[in-house]
Design a protein around this ligand. Structure first.
Ligand code: LFR
Length: 505
């Protein structure tokens, strides 16, 4: 029973990793044996930071590429019998490629302010808001690729003007490794340019930003081979002509694919820099309610739809922590969580999704300003800040979970919390209590697991997504949080609605 070994690149908005994923217990005929399992080994970890440059916020494409090369080289040195390579990243951002095949500069990051206000301009000038939603079923967020492209057109961006091709982040990196250009379904669904009814890039939306279908790569579904490593990359790394697989290129799609659920009646909360709360459905849900509450229908694996809503997740906490790192003192997660738990509960509530938290110069100052404006006690200590963020997040989860239950075409039995945030047991208990639902927490490494699983699926290892999820369930035991102290959360939710103005989206 040979193990199968895969190489995963998982890029987040603050750090990236290269990972070796091994599936053990494979039957001799390539079919799953009784209890196959997956294990991960982190090869390299590196920072990925928003780079401020000439009034913009960008990603460093060449640095990311270089880190992938370094990870591959290490894998070659250690003689891992890699079968394939897969890359997943955050959504919406893209790289313009010139006629010579080279990137035309660094891609804008989705937190670049160049799209602020551009959505409304687009609706006034190009296509009404309701029509954009009806076509795409995608939640309206100013950084969706459609509005980034519109903002770039308006600004006369030379990169866009000269773009021969436009590749979404994971596809751009696969291209640098293989020379092949694809437009993978899960990542392109985040662009707000796919027609949710046809699954194809919409002609009218393309025209609205002055593009043609030929600007994008070959459309492929998750789990398709893109190509093999170029001669150049083989020389740089010492690897052979390995295939690169378009996995579920969107990190959230990879994460959802890795929910260790036994059946379809689950909700998930993919908890990282963002908190993505939703359900998996066979059909898109596009109606007036989903429009007014701004829920999205992103592309999932195996023909599923990820019906979900973006909630600002650990971003507020991560930004505060970055500020505290500049001061003396221990800023470990454990210490900050401990300080938060000692602080008074429900003291200061905020709407974590207020636009003022999108990318402020100082997050602590932004939270204080919000509290002053809303007559909430102003946090001063680290514990008070963290408690404010956790309480407010759990209350926002309650709000969105309530809507989700109304939309779900099935009763939701359990909420799977996955991703880095699932390690925070206090927040998990808050979530269970606030939403009044059993929480199953883990795996923490869901994006990387989903990435590896899609590669294994492409290699013909699983018959379907449930087969795949069974292997994940065999490999990790999620921690269970039962709702127990729900009354205080009910009362706090009234206060939350009052402070936040009871927003309908
Ligand atoms: C999470 C994520 C979200 C997407 C946001 C911006 O990492 O991919 O799903 O809405 O980043 O791209």
């Amino acid at each position: 029973q040979a193990d199968s070994v895969f190489f995963a690149v998982d890029l987040g908005a603050t750090s990236g990793r290269t990972i070796i994923g091994t599936i053990s217990g494979k039957g001799a005929d390539g079919c799953a044996a009784d209890k196959p399992t997956i294990t991960l080994e982190e090869l390299t970890r590196f920072d990925n930071a928003l780079i401020q440059i000439r009034g913009h916020v960008c990603w460093d494409l060449a640095a990311l590429y270089n880190e992938i090369i370094a990870g591959l080289r290490l894998a070659a040195q250690r003689n891992y019998p890699i079968e394939s390579i897969g890359i997943d990243t955050w959504g919406c951002d893209f790289v313009c490629i010139g006629a010579d095949g080279l990137p035309l500069g660094n891609p804008f990051a989705y937190r670049d302010p160049h799209t602020v206000g551009k959505m409304d301009e687009y609706f006034a000038e190009a296509m009404p808001k309701a029509q954009v939603y009806e076509k795409t079923g995608i939640q309206l967020m100013n950084f969706n690729s459609l509005f980034q492209l519109y903002a770039m057109r308006k600004a006369g961006s030379p990169a866009l003007q000269n773009a021969d091709r436009i590749l979404f982040m994971p596809d751009a990196l696969s291209y640098l490794l293989t020379g092949e250009m694809v437009c993978e379904y899960t990542i392109s669904s985040t662009s707000q340019m796919l027609n949710v009814h046809t699954g194809e890039i919409d002609e009218a939306l393309l025209q609205s930003v002055g593009l043609r279908r030929t600007h994008f790569g070959r459309a492929v579904g998750p789990g398709t081979v893109v190509g093999t490593l170029t001669e150049e990359v083989r020389k740089l790394t010492g690897l052979g002509p390995l295939p690169v697989v378009a996995v579920a290129g969107h990190d959230t799609a990879s994460a959802v694919a890795a929910v260790p659920a036994a059946g379809p009646h689950f909700a998930y909360l993919s908890s990282g820099t963002w908190s993505l709360m939703g359900i998996e459905t066979p059909q898109a849900i596009v109606n007036e309610q989903s429009f007014s509450r701004n829920f999205t229908n992103e592309g999932g694996v195996a023909g599923t739809v990820r019906f979900l809503k973006n909630i600002c997740g650990m971003w507020l906490y991560e930004c505060c922590r970055r500020e505290w790192k500049k001061e003396p003192g221990d800023v470990s997660h454990a210490t900050l969580i401990e300080e938060a738990m000692k602080a008074e509960g429900f003291r200061s509530l905020i709407n974590p999704d207020d636009p003022m938290f999108a990318n402020p110069d100082s997050m602590t100052a932004a939270i204080q300003t919000y509290c002053r404006r809303h007559d909430e006690p102003v946090p001063e200590t680290r514990g008070q800040f963290c408690r404010c963020i956790y309480d407010s997040l759990a209350l926002r989860y309650r709000q969105v979970f309530g809507w989700l239950k109304e939309f779900a075409p099935f009763p939701i039995d359990v909420l799977h919390v996955i991703g880095g945030g699932s390690q925070n047991s206090f927040l998990n208990q808050f979530t269970a209590d606030s939403c009044n639902i059993t929480v199953l927490a883990g795996p923490q490494e869901c994006t990387a697991i989903g990435n590896v699983m899609l590669q294994a699926k492409a290699a013909g290892y699983f018959k379907d997504v449930w087969d795949m999820r069974q292997v994940i369930a065999n490999s990790i035991a999620p921690a269970r949080f039962i709702p127990r102290d729900t009354a205080p959360w009910k009362a706090a939710y009234e206060k939350y609605l009052y402070v936040t103005g009871g927003s309908e989206e």
